[in-house]
Design a protein around this ligand. Structure first.
Ligand code: NAD
Length: 308
């Protein structure tokens, strides 16, 4: 029997994630939104692509959380996105209110689920989800590093004219300006990036990665990225539902790993049926560890404003 995944927020990110998941065929999807008709209309539209795409999984839309009951994974994309000129952090107050309300209803109907947080500012919202759900930390994970690493891989692939599949990139730290990119850990066909490109070129690609979301916001003007984010969400959901145990860069609440406590930050995470099955500790130099630590301190400042 396919697993059941609920997606809260049927906007650009939520609906595109729903499409990717049902098309892959590993889970039925329930799409939820506060706007009446929106999740129902999008779900029906996606369902009507089944005869053409040939998937058998079910998708329904609803405004009632009862329909989410017994979900194995709940993906939270409800909330505001940033407009040109805004940072993700400026969404904190508005999205904290939305996410707090959503979490209460999610937990009521799916007390055993794994929460996959997407709403921004991602690290603070993931922290809020751990606290508001009272779930063990292994059952709350945030999507950021898969997207940021995919952006870096895309830029490296076009610079070196290689397949993005030949690149293993690790973007850690906060999902924002304090992102931690360690070029030494990024390899192309097994070779560290630092042996393939000059420092100047690497710095340029890293800078573009850090501002990758803003570049798209500035182009779209009335929306933020959703195709690449939904690809990251679907990959994480698949690793959980199919117990693939992939190690991916994800936002997780740390309790001493990397010398960091009580902050959510992007780190390598083994994702399986149990959610966060392991926080993998890469060997970092003292300077690299410091970068991660400073990034976590920045998130702690945001977390303080949540008052949880
Ligand atoms: N983590 C990441 O890497 C990443 C990437 C892209 C977007 N995001 C974030 O994801 C969120 C969604 O982005 P989007 O582009 O899909 O925005 P969107 O406006 O297209 O969709 C958001 C949806 O949330 C719904 N919503 C609002 N309040 C709700 C509530 N209380 N209950 C249920 N639904 C509610 C809205 O009606 C809307 O349909 C934003 O916060 C954005 O910043 C995060």
């Amino acid at each position: 029997m396919p697993a059941k995944i609920s997606i809260i927020g049927a906007g650009n990110v939520g609906a595109t994630s729903a499409q990717r998941i049902v098309e892959r065929g590993y889970a039925d999807v329930v799409l939820v939104d506060i706007v009446e008709g929106l999740p129902q209309g999008k779900a029906l539209d996606i369902l009507q692509s089944a005869p053409v795409i040939n998937f058998k999984t079910a998708i329904t839309g609803t405004n009632d959380y009862k329909d989410t009951a017994g979900s194995g994974v709940v993906i939270i994309t409800a909330g505001l996105f940033r407009k040109p000129g805004m940072t993700r952090d400026q969404l904190l107050a508005a999205n904290a209110e939305i996410v707090s309300g959503v979490i209460g209803k999610v937990v009521k109907y799916s007390p055993e689920c794994i929460i996959l947080m997407v709403s921004n500012p991602l690290d603070a919202m993931t922290y809020l989800a751990v606290k508001a759900s009272r779930f063990p930390r292994k059952r709350v994970v945030g999507m950021s590093g898969v997207l940021d690493s995919a952006r870096l891989s895309t830029f490296i692939a076009s610079e070196l004219k290689v397949s993005p599949k030949d690149i293993s990139a690790w973007v850690l730290g906060a999902h924002g300006l304090n992102m931690v990119v360690i070029p030494r850990l990024t390899t192309v066909r097994g070779k560290p990036l630092t042996e393939l490109l000059s420092k100047e070129t690497i710095d340029k690609l890293v800078e573009r990665t850090i501002h990758g979301g803003r570049e798209i916001v500035d182009l779209l003007k009335m929306g933020s990225a959703f195709y690449a984010p939904s690809a990251g969400i679907a990959r994480m959901a698949e690793s959980i539902v199919l117990d693939k145990k992939e190690t991916l860069p994800c936002a997780a609440l740390l309790d001493g790993e990397y010398g960091i406590k009580d902050s959510v930050i992007g780190v390598p995470v083994k994702l399986g049926r149990g959610g966060i099955e392991e926080i993998v500790e890469f060997e970092l130099s003292a300077a690299e560890k410091q970068l991660l630590y400073d990034s976590a301190e920045g998130i702690k400042e945001l977390i303080k404003q949540l008052g949880v």
